[in-house]
Design a protein around this ligand. Structure first.
Ligand code: GDP
Ligand code: MG
Length: 162
């Protein structure tokens, strides 16, 4: 079975940027506007001889402000369909109430979840990483999707033992 890996997180944390890097495709729309990618996007990717499917979630429009919307619709379904979830948070923005709501949901699911702090090219990471560790999903792994930093260790953690 080809593993399915879902990218989940608040708008603008870098899900589509990571999707594009992993799949080397431009299928997901990367935008400065939060939530522009409205539907799930599936991409096939390869890592060290493993083929896997990446799911980009973004089914939340920029207009919908309620925190409930963060976990709405497609994202919830993508989590259920996935073999593993990469839960992305934004190391430049720090921990937010939206992150906490998503973490609450993920902790209740019986799903392999990896806490990924994106945009570690920003300053003052150590205190922010400590904040993310308190989400109750283990220590965050810092990456920079836009620059390709730490992508390989991330994939090793997710796919290496399969
Ligand atoms: P999504 O809403 O979660 O899909 O986020 P996007 O992939 O559309 O990215 C939102 C913004 O974050 C864009 O302006 C990206 O260029 C930016 N971004 C993504 N990854 C990184 C990163 O590693 N470092 C920095 N500094 N910005 C990033
Ligand atoms: Mg997106």
């Amino acid at each position: 079975m080809v593993p399915v890996i879902a990218l989940v997180g608040r708008p603008n944390v870098g899900k589509s940027t990571l999707f594009n890097r992993l799949t080397k495709s431009r299928d997901a729309i990367v935008a400065d506007v939060a939530g522009l990618t409205r539907d799930r996007q599936y991409g096939e990717a390869q890592w060290q001889g493993h083929t896997y499917i990446v799911v980009d979630t973004g089914g939340i429009s920029g207009d919908e402000q309620g925190l409930d919307m963060i976990m709405a619709g497609q994202s919830l379904q993508a989590i259920e369909e996935a073999d593993a979830v990469l839960f992305l948070v934004d190391a430049r923005a720090g921990r937010t109430a939206g992150d906490e709501q998503i973490a609450d949901h993920l902790r209740k699911r019986n799903k392999r979840t990896f806490l990924i702090a994106n945009k570690v090219d920003g300053a003052d990471q150590d205190s922010i990483m400590g904040e993310f560790a308190k989400l109750g999903l283990g220590d965050p792994l810092g990456i920079a999707a836009a620059h390709g930093r730490n992508i390989n260790p991330m994939l090793e953690a997710v796919l290496g033992e399969e």
